[in-house]
Design a protein around this ligand. Structure first.
Ligand code: ZN
Length: 280
């Protein structure tokens, strides 16, 4: 079992502090941790050292601050906060800041305006991202979230935006958000390996009791993860795989060590290095 590409996004063990998550993952032989800003901030300035000393890699920092603000001063300060998060990502050794930008401003109904605002914000952040060596990782979120969390809703939409932004941007692909999308597979093939920054794993439960906080453990739902893994091999993706579970009703109520143990067991078949083609 080669787990070298595997990381656990720390929201999966929501009740653990950063130090507990680093310790728990390292003890389980998990080499990577997806970090959330709130936990890194709570830990303080030594967060990067803590992670480095444990020998863990950091596929991404979650998430950008929302920029769904029509007030100019508030928008400017949200951009400053995002610059701070890009610097934090660089400090942690994360090559990607996951972009979850918000959507409609309070009282607003103009989704096109929200999308234009997000595009403008990303363009403004791009020079800082490039200087920091941290990519803006556009994560298409399920359209259920289009009113509030993110107006970046489909893989194709994010790929178009990445193509306009150019260097310093890419895609965070998450099966929870993309599996329903008839264009998802074509999007992966079109994106190629370099635009996919990290790949998030979980499952879609039937029924889903809470769209925000009832994601399934890999293997417990209806997503054909093996199929996506096959496509990623086909395009030559060698990047990280990261389990990310929001689960108020189940996994967050369990002991963190149990969640980690099950996550490793369930993800192991999908996270191995890409098989090298046999020499002719
Ligand atoms: Zn995700």
């Amino acid at each position: 079992m080669d787990l070298s590409r595997f990381a656990i996004n720390q929201i999966t063990t929501k009740n653990w502090t950063l130090a507990q998550a680093v310790d728990g993952y390292a003890r389980a032989g998990v080499p990577g941790i997806g970090v959330w800003t709130e936990y890194a901030d709570a830990h303080g300035a030594s967060a990067a050292k803590l992670i480095r000393d444990a020998g863990l890699f950091v596929p991404c920092l979650c998430t950008s601050a929302w920029v769904n603000l029509t007030d100019k001063a508030a928008f400017a300060s949200a951009l400053d906060e995002n610059r701070r998060r890009l610097d934090l990502a660089a400090d942690l050794g994360a090559k990607t800041l996951v972009v979850v930008p918000g959507s409609l401003a309070t009282g607003e109904k103009d989704l096109r305006a929200a999308r234009a605002r997000v595009s403008d914000a990303l363009e403004e952040l791009l020079p800082h991202a490039r200087d920091a060596g941290v990519a803006l990782g556009l994560e298409p979120l399920h359209p259920m979230y289009a009113a509030d969390r993110s107006c970046l809703s489909t893989f194709a939409q994010c790929l178009d935006l990445c193509e306009r932004l150019g260097d310093g941007s890419g895609i965070v692909a998450d099966v929870y958000h993309c599996w329903w999308d008839p264009e998802f597979e074509a999007g992966l093939l079109k994106a190629g390996p370099d635009k996919i920054l990290t790949f998030h794993l979980c499952d879609w439960l039937v029924p889903t009791r809470d769209v925000y906080q009832d994601r399934g453990m890999v293997g417990d739902g209806v997503i054909d993860i093996a199929r996506y893994r096959g496509i990623l091999d086909e395009i030559g993706y060698d990047g990280p795989f990261e389990i990310e579970i929001f689960s108020k009703l189940d996994w967050w109520t369990r002991d963190g060590d149990e969640t980690v143990r099950v996550a490793v067991d369930r993800c192991a078949p999908f996270v191995a290095p890409r098989p090298t083609p046999a020499l002719a």
